[in-house]
Design a binder for this molecule. Structure first.
Ligand SMILES: [Zn+2]
Length: 247
């Protein structure tokens, strides 16, 4: 199992379980169901030339949306859009929900998100966007698939959503924030570029960081999940502050 995904899963389980937290043997069994082969299979389609770089808007983006919705349907997620799995703003967000098992906590949600659009075609080159953010998109799909098989399910409900229009100014995510599908969201783990382990500062295999590390109380939860799963969580000074493009 790809090690970098274990920390994401552990963090989702941690937040969705409500503390106190420890990864149980049953949960670890679920985590081990994440398949590198399955992730790769999804990514080969999402980043294929057929989808022409998933520009917003484009036919390739629409095909990607249908594919993601089909995977949510396969996992048994409840549609969480205003038109089935689609949240129809100026384009489509794709959203599904896994209802929690606790009668009180199920009305609160953890959101797991990524953007599924990319840059499209420029000149004669297709920008396939396998890393940015096909990798995050297929992670949302795969994590939904394994968490839906948990018995019992996590206590809190989990919203799985992929956004359109990120490359046009975060349109999909901003629409989602203004039109939440869950009345009480306790956290959103947004996955961005989890497909590469290289960096200008050197290899980053077996490690992960958070944008805005010092601006969220999720950081200690991620660190705890990292300790439980053997992933090094680091505070990257390049992303430790509020990025200048944030509004
Ligand atoms: Zn991105």
């Amino acid at each position: 199992m790809p090690r970098r995904f274990t920390v994401l899963l552990a963090a989702v389980l941690t937040i969705a379980a409500a503390p106190p937290v420890a990864i149980t043997d049953a949960q670890r069994t679920v985590l081990e169901r994440i398949s590198a082969q399955s992730l790769e299979g999804h990514l080969w389609f999402i980043a294929s030339d057929l989808l022409e770089g998933r520009a917003t808007p484009s036919r390739g983006l629409d095909i990607a949306a249908e594919y993601i919705a089909a995977q949510f349907r396969r996992a048994g997620l409840e549609p969480a859009g205003d038109n089935g799995y689609f949240q129809m703003g100026a384009a489509k967000n794709v959203a599904g929900i896994l209802r929690g098992s606790d009668p009180q906590l199920r009305d609160t949600c953890v959101v797991l998100s990524a953007h599924y659009d990319h840059l499209g075609v420029r000149g004669d080159q297709i920008y396939n966007g396998a890393n940015d953010d096909g990798s995050g998109t297929v992670s949302v799909i795969e994590i939904a698939s394994v968490l839906a098989e948990m018995n019992p399910r996590p206590k809190r409900s989990i919203v799985f959503v992929t956004f359109y229009g990120e490359e046009l100014g975060e349109r999909g995510s901003q629409y989602f924030v203004r039109h939440p599908v869950c009345p009480s969201t306790v956290a959103d783990l947004n996955l961005e570029q989890v497909g590469r382990t290289d960096s200008t500062e050197g290899p980053r295999a077996g490690s992960a960081t958070l944008t805005g590390f010092d601006f969220t109380d999720i950081a200690p939860v991620i660190e705890e999940a990292g300790e439980a799963t053997g992933i090094r969580i680091y505070n990257d000074p390049k992303w430790a502050f509020r990025p200048p493009h944030w509004r």
